[in-house]
Design a protein around this ligand. Structure first.
Ligand code: MN
Length: 214
């Protein structure tokens, strides 16, 4: 019985043109994201088998696979919703007039200005070595926003931080269209950011009960 399932895209394959072409979206969602969902489910089954048989020889690899596939599933599920067509309001900056003033204020408080935040997330995303992500995350102890440069899907992450805006910097996210120009792809991503969705995630993260206190 599968625990995780592939979510539907919130738009059609061509919705993010010209920033991301339909072929990339189709392969990325239907093949790559689907593989992480399957990987997470398969790994949970293998862990159940290990418990049943009390055989722990593969525990290190299984725990690594669980973190990889589960984090891949979570990040991609956020990624699709973090974007929308410029025709439907994607892109630009978060503005109070659009009902996302809290998010805009938090970005300014945490990074100095929207421009400084944009520069940091662009740089963090575009300079990933190998495969990774640039992530804007809510950090619950300080109540501030931070940028994380994630290795693969799960490395280099501050425990407890909640991703609210994620830029996929894996080659599969852009290579068919942008070739080796990762910086161009990341810079173009700003044209399709769905600030309403980012704001919704920020508000939910802020409202969640902090599990850690000192
Ligand atoms: Mn991806």
């Amino acid at each position: 019985m599968a625990i995780y399932t592939l979510p539907e895209l919130p738009y059609d394959y061509a919705a993010l043109e010209p920033v991301i072409n339909p072929q990339i979206i189709e392969l990325h969602h239907d093949k790559h994201h689907a593989a992480y969902v399957k990987g997470a489910n398969d790994t949970l089954e293998q862990l159940e088998e290990a418990r049943d048989k009390d055989q722990w020889g593969s525990i290190n690899g299984l725990e690594k696979n669980l973190a990889f596939h589960l984090s891949g599933h979570i990040l991609h599920s956020i990624y699709w919703n973090n974007m929308n067509s410029p025709k439907d309001g994607g892109g630009g900056e978060p503005l109070a007039a659009d009902g996302v003033g809290d998010l805009a204020d938090a970005i300014t408080e945490s990074f100095g200005s929207f421009a400084k935040f944009k520069a940091q997330l662009t740089k963090a995303s575009a300079t990933t070595q190998g495969s990774g992500w640039g992530v804007l995350a809510y950090e619950p102890i300080s109540g501030r926003l931070i940028v994380e440069q994630v290795y693969d899907h799960q490395g280099n992450v501050g425990q407890g931080s909640v991703p609210v805006l994620v830029f996929d910097a894996w080659e599969h996210a852009f290579y068919l269209q942008y070739k080796n120009q990762k910086v161009d792809f990341i810079e173009a991503m700003w044209q399709v950011v769905n600030w309403q969705d980012v704001s919704k995630r920020y508000q939910a993260a802020k409202a969640s009960v902090p599990l850690i206190s000192f």
